[in-house]
Write a protein that binds this ligand. Structure first.
Ligand code: AMP
Length: 382
């Protein structure tokens, strides 16, 4: 695992990966790593050839009265957690490296940065968008992984990539929670035992809201919101910043619940501000991308009556096995895998009429990985 401190070294390293045709998965973090961060990192590792994690507590996303100075920092502990996961590169710049004297140009995300968390944290999302833009230019990833935990942030980053034409896939990963429902967060380290217990009220209120919508069929968003507020207010250590039910694109409050909505809460527990959310669609599914999730469930490769892919291969190889039995060695594994790979990629490319971006999405592999496989396997695109 390489630890890199300078922008120049990181860019040189990423340029090298790209020249070799290796896809780069990137997870930006502010450190004090927990299982939530690690879930993103494992996913990047599983989906990309190279995994880069950044650890940088970004001063420009903290307000003057906020916790930049006391934000938890544990670089040694973080590196210890990252080594066994198989991370290739950790980018850990100093503040001076990222914001040298004279740096003045920033990204303005517009109105979407002034609602929800942006109301009580003015300038926060401009700071996030600026540092993420810089990190994208430094790490040059193919895919970048963000948590649904920071739902508004994930929506803004998707928009940043769309509006500023970054050629990067944004992957939003589910919220990782403690067994008691509390969403994992580096800021949970600020909580006393009593506060930690009180903080479970966020998840309880979200579950309650979800139940009102999915089990009780309530579609009046204001009513659900009021009941969630009442529930949170019953916790003596909690002070509400906001409770909102918003659409998942513009993040604007809805009156009537239809289609996917996000229940979003921000609550002070003592001196610690915690956020949490739940995405719900009115058919009762929860998650980040309800539509594509439910479509996926309809497609079952092991459908009864349809021969399994494994069974089909065994049938085809049955006679062949008898022939190679007598040989000392044979490259069977690689031959079969590359045959299967070649035919599945060719088939999907035919279906997408040679559109590699769509094909990579259908195959569930990175665009660069697809490109290098097309070359390696000698696939002809018509
Ligand atoms: P942070 O270090 O707080 O900036 O978080 C880095 C990334 O980890 C962000 O994309 C967060 O949304 C994500 N993340 C933080 N907590 C969790 C969690 N409990 N579950 C999933 N992702 C998380």
């Amino acid at each position: 695992m390489e630890v890199i401190k300078t922008i120049r070294d990181m860019q040189a390293m990423s340029r090298g990966f790209r020249l070799e045709g290796r896809s780069i998965g990137f997870v930006p973090t502010m450190g004090a790593l927990h299982e939530g961060h690690l879930s993103l990192i494992r996913r990047a590792r599983d989906e990309c050839d190279v995994t880069v994690v950044s650890i940088f507590v970004n001063p420009t996303q903290f307000g003057p009265q906020e916790d930049f100075d006391r934000y938890p920092r544990d670089p040694e502990g973080d590196l210890k957690k990252l080594r066994p996961i198989g991370v290739d590169v950790v980018f850990m710049p100093e503040v001076q490296e990222m914001y040298p004297h004279g740096a003045s140009i920033t990204v303005d995300v517009g109105d979407i940065g002034r609602i929800l968390c942006g109301k009580s944290r003015p300038g926060h999302f401009n700071g996030v968008a600026t540092v993420v833009t810089k990190l994208f230019n430094i790490v040059m990833p193919d895919r970048a992984y963000f948590g649904q935990k920071d739902f508004q942030q994930s929506v803004i980053i998707k928009r940043l990539v769309r509006d500023l034409d970054f050629d990067i896939d944004i992957v939003v990963c589910p919220i990782v929670r403690e067994p008691n429902g509390l969403a994992m967060s580096s800021r949970n380290l600020y909580l006393s035992d009593e506060e930690r217990q009180a903080a479970t009220i966020l998840y309880k209120a979200l579950k309650f809201g979800e139940e009102q919508i999915t089990s009780n069929g309530i579609r009046d968003a204001v009513k659900v919101k009021r009941e969630m507020e009442r529930m949170i207010a019953s916790e003596p250590l909690a002070r509400i910043d906001y409770v909102e039910i918003v659409d998942t694109e513009e993040l604007l409050p809805v009156d009537t619940i239809k289609g996917p909505v996000a229940l979003c809460v921000a609550v002070w527990i003592g001196n610690t501000r915690l956020i949490d959310n739940m995405v719900i669609d009115t058919s009762g599914r929860t998650g980040t991308e309800p539509a594509s999730g439910s479509q996926r469930d309809d497609i079952n490769l092991k459908h009864p009556g349809v021969k399994s892919i494994g069974g089909f291969i065994e049938e085809r190889l049955g006679g062949f096995m008898k022939k190679i039995k007598r040989l000392e060695s044979f490259d069977l594994y690689n031959i079969v895998i590359s045959e299967v790979e070649k035919s599945i990629i060719s088939m999907v490319l035919r279906e997408t009429k040679g559109n590699q971006l769509r094909a990579s999405k259908l195959l569930g592999i990175n665009r660069n990985t697809l490109r290098s496989k097309i070359k390696k396997l000698g696939i002809k695109i018509r």
